[in-house]
Write a protein that binds this ligand. Structure first.
Ligand code: HEM
Length: 506
């Protein structure tokens, strides 16, 4: 009689053989090579959940493949490692599409109702606000309002001298309140701290809502916060608050109405716009500020550049025009771009709409998910040269172009996406980030409370452009002088051109 142990062992072996065979036989041989892992279907899932963005770097280094298939329960996931292959996949706009991701976000994360979803699924979503965020008067007005918000907040902090803050929480609050005020104007619902609190509660559960696995259990707080914010936005739009808001919000409302969405669905959709406006900017600005403050060389270069923007009257009053960060601060700009390259972890995801052959070489099957992790491209030595692993704040300076050790091919920089999915908020966010940094450097001496700058561990979350800090960094903000500061933002109608498409190199 076989022992229970032997029976159990035989069962495990049979189950293993079955799963492995399933993983192999369910595939078409023309699909990219499969990663099955030690436990078929489960190992890749565990890698994705535990290592998050770091998993794809590890697989890139161990597999050395241009593209591979992660065999997980459900549709296959195709992960792309090669920049040239990404560019070729990008051409299949209709069959390897971004729109289904947006549709899923509307339904699962923003909670748009049935009738709204029927309209959204039928037609493609309008890219309503791109003109308001492109270089021009609309963008200038938006950045001017955000900068005005920073200036008022910095005056207040200076009066509370010296003030200790949790660096990430402080930056997240400043970016959030400036961006919301600039977007929604005097009736901005987030001026009420209870709504700002609701936003941060919602934000934590976005991934759980998108995954749609028992959201009532795993994202309960987020769903409650969503309800509260939808009520506030419904009130905002019904009361015509948007008519006093930015061009951005006015255009969005107009397009939603033309699209046939009612006020409640518009309020739901607006939650996605808030997410677009802040979830990536806050952590990216955190790493920018961290990188500049923690490295004495970067700090000295950036502060010297900002000092040139400050004009001081005979009575000691300072004036700074923060529109000049776009045109007069090449080192700040290069540092920003290097932060997006070095720390960036965005993953561009697309859904395969019908079987698609890429270059007669790789089959992407209908229903599959294509993932293109930026960190994989941004850390590829064959693209960036031997210094790829180093943070070099001058990498993107025009004068560094001749330095063979710091290559920087324009198309390999994917911090704001590329091709037909290019971030429309890139000029706004870049200007906002540099203006914030310039103001910190001009107005405060910032010291870590522990006496030393220690890099926080990174949470490589999959729904942000940069990692979230896992540990707190407390700093003391000490005003550099007692003088009055006049912060302005002149109309220059300039943009911040760092992606290949803006540089005319795409
Ligand atoms: C540092 C800040 C930001 C970063 C790093 C960032 C990054 C990105 C990236 C990488 C993509 C492409 C995603 C993909 O290929 O799947 C994207 C798309 C997008 N971003 Fe941003 N973003 C930032 C700020 C903003 C802001 C401030 C807004 C809105 C005002 C915004 C709105 C959007 C929208 C709507 C899309 C989708 C574009 C489309 O439909 O084609 N982003 N962003």
């Amino acid at each position: 009689m076989p022992s229970t142990l032997a029976l159990a062992a035989a069962g495990v072996v049979a189950a293993y053989a079955f799963l492995r065979a399933l993983a192999v036989f369910l595939r078409d041989p023309r699909e990219p090579k499969a990663v099955i892992g030690t436990i078929p279907f489960i190992s890749p899932l565990i890698g994705m959940l535990i290592e998050k963005g770091g998993y794809y770097i590890r697989l890139r280094d161990s597999l050395k493949l241009p593209i591979y298939t992660l065999c997980v329960p459900g549709p296959p996931i195709y992960v792309v490692n090669s920049l040239s292959l990404i560019q070729r996949i990008d051409r299949h706009i209709l069959t390897v599409a971004f729109a289904p991701i947006q549709v899923r976000a509307c339904e699962k994360a923003m909670g748009v109702g049935e009738s709204g979803m029927a309209k959204i699924k039928k037609d493609t979503l309008p890219r309503a606000f791109a003109p308001a965020a492109a270089p021009g008067p609309g963008l200038d007005a938006l950045n001017r309002a955000a900068v005005g918000n920073f200036a008022a907040s910095f005056d207040k902090i200076a009066s509370e001298r010296p003030k200790s803050v949790n660096l990430f929480h402080w930056i997240r609050h400043e970016i959030f309140s400036a961006t919301m005020d600039a977007s929604y104007g005097p009736h901005n619902p987030f001026r009420d701290p209870k709504n700002e609190k609701a936003w941060f509660e919602f934000e934590e559960g976005i991934m759980a809502l998108l995954m749609d696995v028992f959201p009532g259990v795993f994202a309960r707080k987020s769903l409650k916060a969503l309800d509260q914010m939808v009520k506030e936005f419904t009130h905002y739009f019904k009361g015509d608050g948007h008519l006093e808001g930015s061009l951005l919000v006015k255009l969005r409302e107009k397009h939603n109405a033309a699209f046939g969405l009612d006020t409640i669905d518009t309020a739901h959709c607006e939650i996605g716009q808030v997410a677009g406006g802040v979830v990536n900017t806050a952590p990216t600005v955190f790493w920018l500020v961290w990188q500049v403050l923690a490295d004495p060389v970067v700090f000295a270069d950036c502060r010297a550049e900002v000092a040139k923007l400050v004009r001081t009257d005979a009575d000691g009053k300072h004036t700074i025009d923060l529109a000049e960060v776009r045109t007069e601060c090449p080192i700040l700009l290069s540092t920003w771009q290097e932060v997006l390259r070095y720390h960036g972890i965005s993953i561009a995801a697309r859904i395969v709409q019908e079987d698609t052959m890429v270059d007669d070489q790789f089959l992407l099957k209908k229903g599959g998910v294509v993932m293109m992790p930026n960190a994989v491209i941004h850390s590829d030595q064959s693209l960036w040269g031997p210094t790829v692993g180093q943070f070099n704040h001058k990498r993107f300076l025009k004068s560094s172009a001749k330095d063979a050790s710091t290559r920087r091919p324009a198309a390999a920089f994917r911090g704001f996406g590329s091709g037909h999915v290019l971030c429309p908020g890139r000029h706004f966010a870049s200007t906002e980030a540099l203006a914030f940094l310039a103001l910190v450097l001009a107005r405060f001496d910032v010291r870590p409370v522990t006496g030393e700058w220690k890099e926080p561990k990174k949470d490589m979350v999959m729904d942000r452009a940069c990692p979230l800090p896992k540990t707190d960094v407390f700093v003391e903000l000490r005003p550099r002088d007692d003088k009055e500061w006049r912060v302005v933002f002149s109309d220059t109608r300039a943009g911040i051109n760092i992606v290949a498409e803006d540089l005319g190199e795409a």
